[in-house]
Design a protein around this ligand. Structure first.
Ligand code: F6R
Length: 612
């Protein structure tokens, strides 16, 4: 999704903007632009289609646009094709108002029609241009200051926005407004920053403010004032970001995704250690009490993409250990379905970014109905984290690669911990088993390290399938849930069509797609389903499939059936997703690498999907 960076201070703005935008590249974009102002001189806009490199060349690394106040943007097209014309910043014709925007203005056509009648002309197809010109219109019509003009605009528009604006009459100042799109504001000695996400400004400051929904701010050099929609000044607390700048860098790896795969053991260990001490889970940081846990009748898990796949695993684990009904649902479906929710239900939202539009909307739907919401979130201070009744933070650190790996793994572990604690409190798990499972959880990081050590074998196998057109993933139970994630990893970064099937479902249609040489990846970590899985594999093999089998050490007879076997250490059957997913992440990674693709920035994808 679009990225925003802004700076006002003593240094030259353009290099800071370009550097900040480069740290937001992972969000996905198709064009970029900056506007910089040198004192009272008029602001200068430079835009470019394509990679940031083009913008950097056009501005000579920023030198061609001198000035100490500016805003920059990477655009991920929603309204209007990717083009220089549609790229941000956008401005009023007289350059009175210049702005960048992340989000969608739903009633932009209505606003545009109104402004056309008032004599405004339009040069782009974007909703942002209408937004900018509306700010200009109110500013001039009512002869008010920037905050009042923004407040009037916010009342008039529908949709989502993180908006950063510079006004001709206010040199050295940046104004921002926010609703449902991420934005943080950073502060350092004599300098102020804005950004869509922490990595963009981490090099300059760790001290940030989170701006709330329907709030505005005015940034001057080293000072930030916040306002509510009535234009009244409000107080905000400064938060210190704990991530170090290094964790947002590649640290010698070719791609962030590989670095993040390697970071999984530490991320999982940190997530466990945050809530487990002395052989006991302590959810006081999550804020959920034993009484509340006892009262829950049903859990509805809502999430998108990989986070939804975590939910599918969690459904198996929680129902089995806690014996309460769990329903897992895509947030985009849940929010419009008028779901049946009872008083003692709980909605569990899973989200790395905490900004996914559908997950946020689904959570609000549950809250509006008076249902308790518990969120598993990675990004501190994100919208979901701030609005949920309870938050379980995963400690994955910044995840930059578009394809999630370490955040997914931490989300799984957070779900296991919730399942264990719910089971203990509700008495569905014997104390011995609880202790044993906690000890087993602790062994997962070392087991993942062992799997990663063997990565070259997966690389060798992946390189043989560089021309694969279709891949099928088969599994039963939790293994099916793992297949969903393995299949997504493959298609999103390798652009290979892949599908995941519950192996028992194969005969009901899909098997007709299997032909000579089709790659079928089978996951067999569940002992009681092993034989059934082998039968399904024999079925596809006899129709010409080439088989990869992913199972636990000891099941070496799998080699009689498959063309390539890969093994993971044994673990409690409830936790097997945490291990089995790693070879599948590596498979997607190496296939993408062998095809010469940009592993971290797959086409058409954004890291954080902040629009519907
Ligand atoms: C896939 C991936 C996405 C996200 C999904 C939800 O690798 O990363 O499918 O899982 O967009 O994002 P969050 O977790 O930020 O809500």
């Amino acid at each position: 999704m679009c990225g925003i960076v802004g700076f006002t201070g003593r240094q030259q703005a353009a290099p800071i903007l370009l550097e900040g935008l480069s740290k937001l590249e992972y969000r996905g974009y198709d064009s970029a632009g900056v506007v910089v102002r040198d004192g009272d001189a008029s602001a200068e806009i430079v835009k470019a289609k394509g990679r940031l490199k083009v913008l950097s060349e056009k501005t000579n690394g920023g030198e061609a646009v001198p000035g100490t106040c500016g805003i920059g943007h990477t655009r991920w097209a929603t309204h209007g094709e990717p083009s220089e014309n549609n790229a941000h910043p956008h401005s009023s014709d007289d350059m009175n108002v210049v702005a960048v925007h992340n989000g969608i203005i739903e009633n932009y056509q209505e606003i545009k029609d109104k402004l056309l009648k008032k004599g405004y002309t339009f040069y782009s197809q974007t909703d942002t241009e209408a937004l900018v010109k509306l700010v200009d219109y109110y500013y001039k019509k009512y002869q008010v200051g920037p905050i009042d003009a923004l407040a009037k605009t916010m009342v008039r528009v529908r949709g989502s926005y993180a908006l950063a604006v510079m006004f001709k009459d206010y040199p050295g100042e940046i104004y921002v407004a926010r609703k449902d799109s991420p934005m943080i504001l950073g502060i350092a000695d004599g300098e102020s920053y804005i950004a869509s996400d922490v990595p963009a400004i981490l090099k300059y400051t760790r001290n940030v403010y989170y701006i709330g929904n329907l709030e505005m701010a005015r940034l001057t050099k080293g000072e930030i004032e916040f306002y509510n929609i009535d234009g009244e000044i409000i107080e905000k607390e400064l938060t210190e970001i704990k991530w170090d700048a290094e964790s947002a860098e590649k640290g010698g790896y070719e791609y962030f995704m590989m670095k993040e795969i390697h970071e999984q053991p530490k991320a999982i260990r940190d997530t466990i250690n945050a809530v487990v001490s002395d052989g006991k889970i302590d959810l006081s940081s999550v804020g959920i009490t034993e009484e509340q846990i006892r009262d829950v009748n049903q859990i509805h898990i809502v999430a998108c993409g990989s986070a939804y796949h975590v939910g599918v695993v969690a459904q198996y684990v929680i129902e089995d250990l806690v014996r309460i009904p769990v329903r897992v649902e895509l947030a985009s479906e849940f929010r419009y379905r008028n779901p049946l929710l009872q008083d003692n239900d709980m909605v569990l939202i899973i989200s790395q970014s905490g900004e996914t539009a559908d997950s946020l909307a689904a959570m609000r739907e549950a809250k509006n109905r008076g249902i308790r919401t518990l969120a598993i979130v990675n990004v501190v201070g994100s919208s979901i984290a701030r609005e949920a009744d309870n938050v379980f933070y995963t400690l994955a650190g910044p995840e930059i690669a578009v394809a999630t790996t370490k955040a997914y793994s931490c989300q799984l572990v957070a779900c296991y911990l919730l399942a264990l604690e719910f089971a203990r409190v509700r008495g569905t798990l014997k104390d011995n088993d609880y202790q044993e499972m906690l000890r087993e959880l602790d062994t997962l990081p070392a087991k993942i390290e062992k799997i990663i050590e063997d990565k070259e074998r997966i690389q060798w196998f992946a390189s043989k399938y560089v021309n694969a057109k279709d891949v099928f993933f088969l599994g039963r139970g939790i293994d099916y849930a793992i297949c969903l994630e393995g299949s997504l990893k493959m298609k999103e970064i390798s652009y290979v069509h892949s599908e995941a099937y519950a192996a028992g479902e194969l005969k009901h249609g899909t098997i007709s797609l299997i032909e000579d040489g089709t790659l079928v990846i089978s996951v067999l970590t569940q002992q009681e389903l092993y034989e059934k899985m082998v039968s399904n594999m024999v079925e596809v093999k006899s129709r010409g499939a080439c088989l990869m089998g992913l199972t636990t050490y000891g099941h070496y007879n799998i080699e009689d059936t498959v063309d390539f076997a890969t093994y993971i250490p044994k673990t409690d059957r409830h936790f097997s997703a945490s291990l089995a997913v790693v070879p599948l992440q590596l498979m997607g990674y190496y296939l993408s690498l062998a095809k010469g693709l940009d592993v971290d920035k797959p086409r058409n994808l954004a890291k954080s999907v902040t629009v519907e």
